[in-house]
Design a protein around this ligand. Structure first.
Ligand SMILES: NC(=O)c1ccc[n+]([C@@H]2O[C@H](COP(=O)([O-])OP(=O)(O)OC[C@H]3O[C@@H](n4cnc5c(N)ncnc54)[C@H](O)[C@@H]3O)[C@@H](O)[C@H]2O)c1
Length: 313
């Protein structure tokens, strides 16, 4: 799309944890007439945005919506996440890969810009504590396999077919508006819901588990920011590492307890511990910082304050 051209934006998987927040931010910036939210499922509550039901595997319908609405940017969020993906690896591959391929092929034809998120799940147990941009990608979950392959296919469509695709390796995202959709980092959201409802929480990873995390507003900021960077400034198309917060599950509990002293949490790891153990503790986001100036606004303390205050309202 050319500079100054009006944005016509479509979001896939828009009813998910990230989508519902991204839509609000896009509407605030570009106006509700220019945003089309789509998902395979209908919105749960009353809504005041444009919505179309779309299964990203239905390429014909996808194409129709793109053409009818003169779309020039797609935020492609439709996916199956890690815990759900391990239960149904075939579905995870189908939606994450075929869905992405459909967007890429449609962009080849209609020349729209794509945002397609990757994940820290591209890394595997050999990554070490801090994942660098170039750390090896040996994922041990089907979800990670699809994200790693997704990065490669994004690089291929960019370099060979000129598709303007951009991606971020999101860490675990902590937000209060929407419950997360079956990922391994969900404990860092669930714990706040229990704490603010004056209930105890049983955390499904161990006390010492550390995973890269970020407050949702920082993720939305990065998502909007990367879509505005001039194409020639981007050296990576599959997924930029982002700087992330680094705290253990116990440290998160202790921070919440400082603010809500009656809250109690116990740690009883389940099968998701294995996925958590295969991922890094922290990510090095220095390339995103130097190439397009990304910075986190929230640390653990401000994240906890805003999560608790928002959920208590
Ligand atoms: N939330 C996180 O912590 C996190 C971390 C890393 C990466 N990501 C990535 O960000 C993206 C969005 O994640 P999220 O947390 O919002 O996920 P989510 O599970 O909350 O939402 C995904 C949405 O996709 C929809 N969907 C599923 N199959 C579909 C299909 N065939 N057609 C259309 N829609 C379909 C679902 O109905 C759901 O609303 C995904 O690509 C995910 O891998 C998320």
């Amino acid at each position: 799309m050319g500079a100054g051209e009006e944005r016509r934006i479509l979001v896939t998987g828009a009813m998910g944890q990230i989508g519902l927040e991204l839509i609000d931010a896009l509407i605030a910036k570009f106006g509700s007439d220019n945003i089309i939210a789509t998902d395979i499922r209908e919105p749960e509550n009353d809504y005041d945005f444009n919505f179309e039901k779309l299964d990203v595997l239905n390429k014909q319908n996808f194409e129709q919506i793109i053409v009818q609405n003169k779309i020039n940017q797609v935020y492609h969020l439709a996916a199956i996440l890690s815990a759900t993906g391990e239960k149904n690896p075939e579905l995870c591959w189908k939606i994450n890969m075929d869905g992405l391929l459909n967007v890429l092929e449609l962009s080849r034809k209609y020349k729209f810009r794509i945002f397609a998120p990757s994940s820290i799940a591209v890394f595997g147990p050999d990554v070490g504590k801090i994942a660098l941009q170039s750390s090896p990608q040996n994922p041990t979950t089907m979800y990670g396999v699809t994200k790693s392959a997704g990065e490669q296919i994004a690089e291929y469509y960019h370099s060979v077919h000129g598709v303007d695709i951009r991606g971020l390796r999101y860490p675990g995202l902590i937000s209060w508006k929407v419950l997360p959709g079956g990922g391994t980092t969900d404990y860092a959201v669930e714990i706040f819901h229990k704490a603010t409802a004056s209930q105890n929480y049983t955390c499904f990873v161990s006390e010492e588990t550390r995973l890269p995390m970020m407050y949702m507003d920082d993720a939305i900021k990065a998502t909007m920011q990367i879509m505005d960077v001039p194409s020639e400034k981007l050296s990576i198309r599959g997924g930029y590492n982002l700087p992330s917060l680094n705290f253990s599950a116990l440290e998160l509990y202790e921070k919440i307890k400082q603010k809500l002293p009656n809250f109690n949490c116990q740690f009883v790891p389940d099968h998701r511990q294995e996925y958590a153990d295969s991922w890094p503790d922290q990510t090095d986001g220095s390339i995103a910082e130097s190439e397009w100036g990304f910075q986190l606004d929230y640390d653990l303390d401000s994240l906890c304050s805003i999560m608790i205050a928002s959920l208590q309202k």
